[in-house]
Design a protein around this ligand. Sequence first.
Ligand SMILES: NC(=O)C1=CN([C@@H]2O[C@H](COP(=O)(O)OP(=O)(O)OC[C@H]3O[C@@H](n4cnc5c(N)ncnc54)[C@H](O)[C@@H]3O)[C@@H](O)[C@H]2O)[C@@H](O)CC1
Ligand SMILES: Nc1ncnc2c1ncn2[C@@H]1O[C@H](COP(=O)(O)OP(=O)(O)O)[C@@H](O)[C@H]1O
Ligand SMILES: [K+]
Length: 487
Amino acid sequence: MFRITSATAADLFDIAATRRIEETAAKALPPHTLMQRAGLAVARFAMAVAPHARVVWVACGPGNNGGDGFEAAAQLQRRGFRTVATRIGDDDRLPADAQASLRRAREAGVTFAEAPPTQYELAVDALLGIGSARAPSGAMLDWLRRMAEGTAPVLSIDTPSGLDADTGAMAANYLQADSAQARRICLSLLTLKPGLFSAHGRDAAGEVWFDDLGVAGIVDSPVARLPGLPAATRRHHASHKGSYGDVAVIGGAPGMAGAALLAGSAALNAGAGRVFVALLDPGAPALDQLRPELMFRRPDTLDLSGMTVVSGCGGGAAVGELLPHILQTADALVLDADALNGIAADPALQKLLKARSGLSTVLTPHPLEAARLLGSNTGEVQRNRLAAAQDLAKRFGAIVALKGSGTVIAQPDGTPVINVTGNARLATAGTGDVLAGMVGAALAARLAPMAATCEAVWRHGDLADQWPEEIPLTAGALAGGCLPVAR
Ligand SMILES: NC(=O)C1=CN([C@@H]2O[C@H](COP(=O)(O)OP(=O)(O)OC[C@H]3O[C@@H](n4cnc5c(N)ncnc54)[C@H](O)[C@@H]3O)[C@@H](O)[C@H]2O)[C@@H](O)CC1
Ligand SMILES: Nc1ncnc2c1ncn2[C@@H]1O[C@H](COP(=O)(O)OP(=O)(O)O)[C@@H](O)[C@H]1O
Ligand SMILES: [K+]
């Protein structure tokens, strides 16, 4: 059993693969073994989370997730914790494994009650796991609300109930009810599921821990992976600014020059050898007094071959006119914001983007920009972020970083990555421009586009995670805090 952190590299498996793994594992073991292991793992974990609990409330559902709950309740009761179980569903409709565990819970002396205890020091959510099929309602919804509003920690077995383990989408009625008071911990069993790390998953799961129930050796195809720490790269003594590449930021239409400056500043701090800024506002000054290292050029005078171009930050409609030239000449390319909006609105630009296939191209849409590119809407993108990012990557032959909680980095072929650094302090204007600049610097340093994007997204989120509580996180300060890819 171990905790998932930003340093964890791990494969993520969807519900279908998890069921295959469970079936293979169960065949090789005596009946009910997996559920007994699951219950024991949960009970041990519960004791570590709340060692002084006088009452543990275990809410059990109608399937095998409920079975894990009965088993955990039996183990806790045997170890001297007063355990109160509430349950949904009829005895005779319980799966066989769960029926056996229910018997063991009764034999162990677990209290079965109609309503949750008024006082408890730990709640165990064993209502729904990977079999969640519809939005929780009735008593189940009521209990989930009580857990969320309570002061005791909530330990979810396998997945938080109501969360789609494949996508991280949460049942809408529960979302509205969730006042997010309680500390949350999730012990994922057998496999780690992608939904725990993206969309509503991070809020619903809280701290994620993993126990493989002793069946780590079964091979199946992951749907995504957690990247772990980026590799540490050293700067060679015998290197020079040319070794770290040129970045050209093209954007900053009238009134939006700041976006391009943020991207330029981030690229510089993230280690690019030289950074050029081409502002689309003809009246913009040709020097940034605070960052005299930035070199200002007119957009039409830049030779983009051999350069990494970051385009779109504060680009407005003006960037659209330059896009044919940029798409055809940039050596490596990061397309953000208005560059993406321009491409979404123009099939000819889409064709040019696809024609870059094979060159380094990274798209960094937020969900609305992704929806425009896909011709869908934000709700649809957020309901399945993995699928949306992969669809975009395949459609345009590019690396795609679909931003938001649990940024998904997808490639045309190969397993996507879900990034687990970052937090809602990044929800402030301009942080996306900073990311675009950081990706630009990583590409300019000649990292492969997938690795460059994963690394930049990881570092961008990590900066926010390490940000001191008492200092406001603004995009400008974030850009100033970037560290070079190679040091
Ligand atoms: N069978 C085993 O030996 C093992 C089972 N495991 C556990 O089993 C879980 C999967 O079990 P199941 O496939 O039975 O699925 P669940 O226990 O997640 O739920 C399935 C049941 O819930 C009902 N249901 C779905 N949505 C509902 C809703 N909104 N309101 C009310 N009822 C609803 C379904 O009709 C079905 O009866 C895993 O998440 C894990 O916790 C694992 O511990 C591994 C071992
Ligand atoms: N709640 C959140 N949790 C984690 N990361 C977030 C959250 N909100 C925003 N971010 C990150 O902040 C950045 C915002 O980018 P974007 O939406 O393009 O903003 P802007 O256009 O203002 O720069 C992205 O990297 C995104 O992943
Ligand atoms: K659960």
